[in-house]
Design a protein. Sequence first.
Length: 198
Amino acid sequence: MTYKKIERELDLTRIIAYIAVFFYIIYNLFYGWNPEPINQIEEAFDSIALVLFCIPVILYFRAFFYFMKFYRINNGIEFIELSNLKYQKQMSKKQSISQTIKSLLTAYPHLRDDDNELVCSYWWIDLKKLNIDPKQISGDHLLNLISQKKLTNSSSILRERRFLQENFKELRGKKWLKNQGKEIKVAHDLVNRKKDLI
């Protein structure tokens, strides 16, 4: 039994369960919610309802058994493949972001020190890919695209910029070198303070 067949069986189980509940409510509304059946017909309906309630339980456990068997036989291959596909898409997107930022930082050196302009330049490219003229787009439309995640997340852009500048000296700007100098000074001050405390 394949994963899709198991899903179909679970769907069938849900449908039968709904029918059982509906049937139980309808005949009890007709005969009244009696502790004991008032006649043979109600007693027969009670038996039918019991069978209807048992069927989904049996089908559910059957589907669960097949699911475990399916997973064990396939060793989770189908799920691993889906996970790998998702991972590959994420990696492909990350590489695309990295390549675009690298091109921007190489072609326009002033972007190395201006995060806001770097994000805007990246979004300009995103808009072109969506066949939208950046010069014609309204503020409302732009905000909608950002909220719908149609434009690359600004945090992803800046995170990739930091990574590239840490690993490629030629992509570093004046601000990066200045910030690194501050970080070294802070680290040096912390070490000296620790020595004073000891």
